[in-house]
Each structure stands twice: as structure tokens, then as C-alpha cells.
Design a protein around this ligand. Structure first.
Ligand SMILES: NC(=O)c1ccc[n+]([C@@H]2O[C@H](COP(=O)([O-])OP(=O)(O)OC[C@H]3O[C@@H](n4cnc5c(N)ncnc54)[C@H](O)[C@@H]3O)[C@@H](O)[C@H]2O)c1
Length: 322
């Protein structure tokens, strides 16, 4: 197949591009950034084309979609830190970019796989979340909810285009981690690993009893590739794992696996993200639907995934010191 991946030099996108090429597809990667070498191994692959540009560029997106059988739409601005510091940019890229892309996909009749997020469930206390679970979000005055709101509206758009006959599959990723994830946007696993490797403090925000199901990027990519199946069109699927852990236990696990002497330091959400920050205590996916319809099965356990991620960060730190 001919495939377009938006956000293809990003963390998940770069792993997806590599996988799609390995499966024999022709891949067109679109991203505003060259990704600091994330696609180094496949940039010159004979079946790969990279175009540096924005999903907000209608002509560019139309050009890419016209020559594709399917579009994996991953380009987005994300991260709790970005939500708080630049909500406008996040809303513009995540909403305007997706509406533009869906319009073009509809015009050319091309299937879309849309990367949504478990954030759309917000602070709903009833776990595990099925795809039908309610969305429970806080006040619009709390910037943290702008990402969940933009992605939620994107999902509404996807459903509206499905009703018009466009094949679309929505995936809700649950806390992805793995090699190449940036610590910049405040993601907890890369932040802990980088600090542990430098024997710097691991800052635990908000008590550390929050629980998450972290999902290795290899499993996220497997679920994303499975979403191309015709029977997945018209549906929304959780893509996550069953490896639930508290943030405090995660910090201890990272420190142990790195062999680090980093202290664990508790800080308030307010100190980390300013006044009015809100978070959810638990976030667990019900994977029944994705297992049944997509044939998805997470296979990488947390310890193994963390070891692979730590090895990547260690190699990157050593390379940077050269
Ligand atoms: N990482 C996670 O835990 C997670 C969880 C849930 C959902 N998601 C979703 O998965 C997708 C990929 O996330 P990621 O973790 O790889 O993030 P990432 O930030 O590593 O990748 C996003 C990519 O989008 C690109 N991008 C941003 N604005 C763009 C624009 N205007 N035009 C073209 N490209 C643009 C960035 O340059 C980047 O390479 C996103 O849609 C995100 O919302 C991620």
C-alpha cells in the first residue's frame, strides 16, 4: 500500500514509519520537524519519502493524501507541559490540522487512522475505561483540559465523517513510552530515566499514588498497523496495556533498573505546573474491543520495556558526550 504518516518523525510516528516500511509499504512521511535523526535508519530507504511541512498546509496535505491508500494521522502538539504553557498552539495544530486533513481525505476517499488519546476520558473515576465510557473533564479555565478537548472534538469530526461514508478508525493510546520519547513535554518515563542516569533527583508530582498503564511503543505500533483492517473502520479502540503501576513505584523501578543513586523528591502539582492543575488518579484501558476486532494483544511487559528504553537513553547520552 501507499501510506502517509503525519507526525512521522515524532516518537510514535518514527517507529510506525519503520514498521510500515518493514512490512513492504511505500511510506510518505510529513512532519514540520526532521526529528533529530529519529528516522536516520530509513530516511533514504527506496520506498520512503520525507516531506518537511505542516499539516496546516492544505495544498501539501491534499498532495500527500491524493497519492495514498491510507493516512495515519499522528501529527499533534502534546504533553501536559505544552497544554499549560501554549494551549493556543496545541488547539490550533490539533484541531485545525485534523479538520483540514479529514476534509481532504473525504474529498479523495482515503481511509484515515486517527491517533487519539486516553486523555479524552479525563478524570472519570470509573475504571477500566471502555470505548463507551463517559468523558469527565474539568473547567475550561484549566489549560490542562485543552488537549483532551481538542482531541475529543477531533473524534467528533471523525465520527461525523464516518457518517458521511469515510472509512476512519480512531485509536486511543494509553501512556506510550519507549526509545526516542522526548522528556521535553513533561512525559514521566523519559523524565525519570534522564534524571536517574545523571543521578539527579526524580521529582514525583502530586503524591505519587496516581496509577497508569504504560504501553510500550512496539505495542502501540502493532495496534496502529492493525487499525488498517477494513473491519476496524467506523470504530474507536483503546490501545494500551495491563501493566498498571503507581508513579512512585515507577520512580523506584527506574532508579533500580538504572542502578542510580537519585533521590526521590515529592513536589506538589502547583510547584510543577502552577495553580489549578488537575489530574486523574487511575487510568486503565478495557482492551476487550481492540482484542476482539483488531486482534490486538499487548506483549511487552513494563520491566522489559523499561530496560529497552533505558538502554536507548544511555546510548543517546553517551553519543551526546562524544
Ligand atoms: N505519547 C503518548 O503517550 C501519546 C498518548 C496518547 C496519544 N498520543 C498521540 O499520538 C500521536 C503521536 O504522539 P508522539 O508521542 O509520537 O508525539 P511527538 O511529539 O513525538 O510527535 C508528534 C509529531 O507531530 C509533529 N508535528 C507537530 N505539529 C505539526 C504540524 N503542524 N505539522 C506536521 N507535523 C507536526 C511534531 O514535529 C512531532 O514529530 C499524537 O497525535 C498524540 O496526540 C500520544
Amino acid at each position: 500500500m501507499k501510506v502517509t504518516v503525519t507526525g512521522g518523525t515524532g516518537f510514535i510516528g518514527s517507529h510506525l514509519v519503520e514498521k510500515l516500511l518493514a512490512l513492504g509499504h511505500e511510506v510518505l512521511t510529513v512532519d514540520v520537524s526532521r526529528g533529530m535523526g529519529s528516522l536516520e535508519a530509513v530516511m533514504d530507504h527506496p520506498k520512503h519519502t520525507f516531506i518537511q511541512g505542516s499539516i496546516l498546509d492544505r495544498e501539501l496535505i491534499s498532495h500527500c493524501i491524493q497519492q495514498s491508500d491510507i493516512v495515519y494521522h499522528l501529527a499533534a502538539v502534546l504533553g501536559v507541559k505544552t497544554c499549560i504553557e501554549d494551549p493556543l498552539k496545541m488547539i490550533e495544530v490539533n484541531f485545525d490540522g485534523t479538520i483540514l486533513l479529514l476534509r481532504e481525505a473525504y474529498r479523495h476517499g482515503v481511509k484515515v487512522v486517527f491517533a487519539s488519546t486516553s486523555e479524552v476520558y479525563g478524570k472519570n473515576p470509573s475504571v477500566p475505561f471502555t470505548e463507551e465510557s463517559d468523558r469527565v473533564l474539568g473547567s475550561t479555565q484549566v489549560n490542562r483540559w485543552s488537549y483532551a478537548t481538542a482531541k475529543g472534538l477531533d473524534e467528533h469530526l471523525c465520527f461525523a465523517y464516518m457518517e458521511k461514508g469515510l472509512p476512519v478508525t480512531i485509536l486511543r493510546y494509553f501512556n506510550a513510552y519507549g526509545p526516542r520519547q522526548s522528556a521535553g513535554a513533561g512525559m514521566v518515563i523519559p523524565r525519570f530515566i534522564q534524571a536517574a542516569l545523571r543521578n539527579e533527583p526524580l521529582y514525583i508530582h502530586g503524591g505519587g499514588s496516581q496509577r497508569r498503564c504504560f504501553t510500550y511503543v512496539g505495542d502501540i505500533v502493532t495496534g496502529t498497523v492493525l487499525a488498517a483492517k477494513p473491519e476496524a473502520s467506523g470504530g474507536v479502540f483503546n490501545i494500551g496495556s495491563h501493566y498498571e503501576i503507581t508513579i512512585r513505584d515507577l520512580a523506584e523501578k527506574v532508579r533500580e533498573l538504572v542502578g542510580s543513586s537519585s533521590p526521590l523528591i515529592e513536589t506538589s502539582y502547583e510547584m510543577a505546573y502552577g495553580k489549578g492543575y488537575e489530574d486523574m488518579l487511575r487510568r486503565i484501558p478495557d482492551l476487550t474491543k481492540s482484542m476482539k476486532i483488531l486482534g490486538y494483544q499487548p506483549s511487552v511487559d513494563l520491566e522489559y520495556g523499561l530496560k529497552k528504553t533505558i538502554a536507548w537513553f544511555l546510548a543517546a547520552e553517551q553519543e551526546a558526550r562524544k
